[in-house]
Write a protein that binds this ligand. Structure first.
Ligand SMILES: C[C@H](O)[C@H](O)[C@H]1CNC2=NC(N)=NC(=O)C2=N1
Length: 93
């Protein structure tokens, strides 16, 4: 899949909720009531990632999950990252 230009990424980010471009990834931080809720979210995202064969880079500290998305194969950001970001936001709702 084709890597998107910085302008394409910025334009497409407008259709997402609070994801931001940082270097060559799009990023967002999610917060929860507690660890259990954060980990339940991660489990649901993990299944979605497997279904899409596209996986998040993430870090979890207690009730927060920081996620960054990029496409290794394209060495940048592609539509696949936006597809996964949309699914992640839907799971978070
Ligand atoms: C073979 C397999 O489809 C690839 O390695 C996939 C797996 N998950 C992936 N996830 C992400 N985020 N980027 C990739 O380029 C990627 N490649």
């Amino acid at each position: 899949m084709e890597k998107m230009s910085k302008n394409e990424v910025q334009e497409k980010l407008k259709s997402l909720n609070n994801w931001k471009l940082h270097d060559d990834v799009i990023k967002k931080e999610f917060t929860f009531d507690d660890f259990k809720s954060a980990f339940a979210f991660m489990t649901r995202v993990a299944f979605e990632a497997e279904a899409l064969t596209h996986h998040p880079n993430w870090e979890n500290v207690y009730n927060t999950v920081k996620i960054s998305l990029n496409t290794h194969d394209a060495d940048g950001i592609t539509e696949k990252d936006f597809d996964l970001a949309e699914k992640i936001d839907a799971i978070y709702k």
